[in-house]
Every structure is written in C-alpha cells, then in structure tokens.
Design a protein around this ligand. Structure first.
Ligand code: UN1
Length: 497
C-alpha cells in the first residue's frame, strides 16, 4: 500500500512489521477530518507472536538488576522530554485535546518515567521480626511475567506510561494494544522504548480492535496479567473471562464525577474549577466533572457565573493556542453525546446552554459539540447517573451537605469527587464520606499527580490502582521468605505460646 501519510506497524520482538492480513485502517484528525496515517490490522496470530517474544524476553529481563532497569526508564524520560512539543502536537492532531493540555499529558508521562526509574532502586519489600528466635522473616517482590496492556485514547501516552513503566521496571515484559483512535502516539512511545535501547521483546506493540486483539490477549495462556483502562462494559467482560482463567486483572473504568458547591464556598474559585473540570479535554477525561451538586442558596449565582464563562469558550482545532475546547474523538462519540440531549429533555431537565452538535464555519469537518449545561436535574434522571463522556454538565440542587454526599455517592461509579467549602468541619466530613478513589477539596475533579494512586471504587475499578507506588503491586507477586538459622525444628504459632 503506497500512501503519502505514515503507516503504523506492529513492533514485535524488536522489529517493525505489518500484520499478515495486509489490511490497514485510516487514522483521522477529529478536528479537521484530515487523514493522518494508516494502521495495520492484526489478528490473534500477531498476539501469539508478540506474547511468545515477551515470554522469551522475560527470562533474561527479570535477571537485569532493577536499578539497571530503572536506568532505561531515565533514558525514556529524557527522550520524552526532548520530544515533548512534537509528541504534544501529534497528540492534539490525533485525538483533539487542546495543545496546552497535550503538553500537560506528555509531562505526565515524563514524570512517570523518572518516578518509576527511581523505583528501580527501591521496589521495597518488608523485613519484619520473626515470632521465633534465630529466624529471619522478609518479603520480596517478584515480577508476574507477561503483562497485557490495553489503553484508552483519551490519555494515549499518560495512561500508557502508567502501565508500561511500572510493568517493565518490575521485571515483567509487555504486549501493548493501544486504542484504535490513537495509533500515532503508540508508535512514538514505542519508538522511544526502542531508542532507549530496551532489549528486544521487552515491549511489544500490537495494533487492532478490542474484539480481536484485546480478546486474544485475555485468552492467551501466557499472558499473566491484564491491565485495562476503558469502559465498564468491556472491563466487566474482561474481568469475567480472566476470572475463569485465574488471570490477574487490573481495571480502570467509568466515572460520573461530581463537584459539590456549598453555600459558604468561594464561588469564583468554584466556577474556575467547574469550567476546567467539566469542559477541559471536552469532558473526555475519566475524571471529568459531569455532575454539579449545588447548595440551593447559591444555585442562581452559580448558574449566572457559569453561563457567562461558558459563552466565552472558543471551540476549534486544539493546535490553535487560542482555542479552549477541541473536538470530541470521533463521530460515534459525537452521536453518543447528542443522543443524551433527548434523554435529558424527556426526563425533564432544563437546558441552559449548548445541547447540540456544531458545524459552524471552520468547525465544518470536525466533531464538535457545544458546551452544555442542564439545570434542575433530579437524581432519578439518566443524565445524573450515566457516563456521557463529553462537554455536558448537569446541575443538581440540594438542601445541605448530607444530601450532597448522598447524591454524590448514589451513582454506580466512584472515581473522583470534589467539594468547595470554607468550613473545616464540612471539609473533613466530605473527605471521609465521599465514596471515590480521588477526593479534592477546593479544587475540581481533574488533575491527579502521578506519585499517588489513581483509581476508583464500585464500578470504576476492581481494587487495583494505576500510578503511585500502588501501581507496582499490580505488576508484582509478593514472595514471603523465612530463613531459620536455629538448626532445629521451630513451629510457628506453637513453640512460642
Ligand atoms: C483520565 O481521566 O482518564 O487527573 C486520566 C487527571 C489526569 C489523568 C486523567 N492527571 O485528570
């Protein structure tokens, strides 16, 4: 196939090559509709080949001392730093987020590389006193084996870094299936792994659909752990099948995150946080705010300030530094968001602004949705519970903090919650009672830093965490070791009681 645009090929055992099927799919820019490249389409065969390479490579990779594995991560961090602007521009072209946010996302991957590089010199275990004399007790981390990583398009390099880097520094090898909407970023990241000198087979890249490549990864007997970020529906299927296969699974899935604004809050500060969390990244973060739980006494003031600010937001191609909101990722996402407008109206929500697709002027060839605000949303409406994943915010009025917390916790998901209040008692009550993996006080729902655990409760996750040192637990088998140097039989729980 001869094209002027790049072809994205698999990277298996240190070699870039097309899949056997010989077919390619087009990668397009969601802001302009322009063709960016063509992506090879893999089948289960390429998955098998990649897993074979990863399995072979793991035998020697796990013997490389962890501090030396960490050195590779430092090189990866340096290369990411050098290419930050190029990566950010590629990211914006490929999935639409505005350039400033794309730079922030690349920075997140840089931070992760240096943080996890340092973990190569820690990978901390525990040494504890034994309950018996002349006996030494400790625990060690061992790699799990081959990690199958399935990553989303909304943070194509940050989330890929959250999974690949702890996996490899811990001595695992990787088979990575990136999201179909973001092949270029996956190519750029793997090119960096290659240039950093990672031995062949340590990281393998297989392009293709979730239905084919993702499923083959879950089924493959030599993949020991699956780490997935994406929808709760897909996560639940992976979880069920992997459970039958006794395969470890780490899942990060949906969210229906809320900001609570109490009547004592600094309203200007709250409005800044709401605009950033609800409409930043065009509402396509797992952590995006899609519910606004407002004390009834400040409802009118918040509505007025929000409307004023929303009307000032500029939509367009995220490469333009003056643009606030980029397109949504593809036409399917656009239709999914649009379909919720009728759902909301039918349920009786009041539309304050937006509520439709826009193709005005320069937006003609992209997937743009007007920033949308519904008010008088009640907690029995579908828009108060279902993940829309777009620039759509629902304001739910409440009478007091107890009701705010009850509404916040009433959804199936539990990723991120935020509260604006200047009352210390309310702050601590909310911190303890909001049911989510992330809680923000006087800040919006987005902006997690890489050195703390990232993940959520209920249908958002299955108890594991990405990022922070918690991510190392996903990719480690704990081994407890007892060394008895008493030279006699000592019976734990018996001889010392
Ligand atoms: C996601 O929303 O999928 O906290 C990841 C944040 C970012 C990561 C978001 N640091 O919003």
């Amino acid at each position: 196939m001869v094209t002027a645009t790049p072809q994205y090929l698999n990277y298996i055992n240190g070699t870039w090559k097309p899949a056997r099927l010989g077919s390619f799919v087009v990668n397009t820019n969601p802001a302009t509709g322009e063709t960016l490249g063509h992506v090879t389409v893999s089948s289960a065969q390429e998955v098998s080949e990649a897993v074979g390479a990863a399995k072979d490579a793991q035998v020697s990779w796990c013997k490389v001392p962890a501090p030396v594995r960490g050195e590779y991560l430092y090189k990866i961090g340096e290369l990411l730093k050098q290419r930050k602007e190029h990566l950010a521009r590629t990211l914006t072209s490929e999935m639409g987020k505005v350039i400033d946010e794309a730079r922030g996302e690349v920075q997140e991957a840089i931070d992760m590389a240096f943080f996890m590089g340092g973990e190569g010199r820690r990978l901390v275990g525990q040494t504890v006193p034994s309950e018996l004399p002349n006996k030494h007790a400790m625990s060690l981390r061992e790699p799990v084996g081959v990690a199958g990583l399935i990553t989303p398009w909304n943070f194509p390099i940050a989330i890929a870094s959250w999974k690949t880097l702890p996996a490899i520094v811990s001595g695992n090898t990787v088979v990575w299936k990136p999201a179909s909407d973001t092949p270029a970023l996956a190519y750029e990241f793997v090119k960096i792994f290659e240039e950093a000198g990672l031995p062949k087979g340590v990281v393998n890249l297989v392009y293709g659909s979730g239905g084919t490549v993702g499923e083959a990864m879950v089924e493959h007997p030599d993949i020991d752990i699956i780490s997935f970020t994406g929808s709760s529906d897909t996560g639940s299927q992976i979880n069920a099948r992997a459970g039958e296969l006794f395969k470890r699974v780490s899942l990060e899935m949906g969210g229906k995150n809320a900001i609570i604004v109490m009547n004592d809050a600094d309203l200007d500060l709250a409005v800044d946080g709401i605009i950033w969390s609800a409409y930043g990244t065009t509402g396509q973060r797992c952590t995006a705010c899609s519910r606004l739980i407002v004390h009834k006494n400040v409802k009118a003031a918040i509505e007025e300030r929000l409307l004023e600010r929303i009307n000032q937001l500029t939509l367009g191609d995220g490469l333009d530094e003056a643009v606030d909101i980029g397109p949504v990722v593809n036409s399917e996402a656009l239709q999914h968001i649009n379909a919720y407008m009728n759902v909301a109206k039918k349920d009786g929500a009041t539309l304050l602004c937006g509520g439709h697709i826009t193709r005005e002027g320069p937006l003609a060839n992209g997937h743009y949705f007007k920033p949308t605000l519904f008010t008088d949303v009640t907690n029995d409406m579908r828009i108060a519970h279902e993940e829309i994943f777009g620039p759509v915010l629902s304001l739910i009025p409440v009478n007091d903090l107890d009701e705010a917390i009850q509404v916040n916790n009433s959804v199936d998901y539990g990723l991120s919650s935020a509260i604006y209040t200047n009352d210390t008692n309310k702050t601590f009550k909310a911190m303890h009672e909001l049911n989510s993996g992330l809680v923000y006080i006087n800040a919006g729902t987005i902006g997690a830093e890489i050195h703390l655990p990232f993940g959520g409760t209920k249908a958002t996750g299955n108890g594991h965490r990405d990022s922070g040192i918690a991510a190392l637990d996903v990719f480690a088998e704990w081994k407890s070791v007892y060394i008895d140097y008493s030279q006699k039989l000592q019976r734990a729980q018996i001889d010392n009681n």
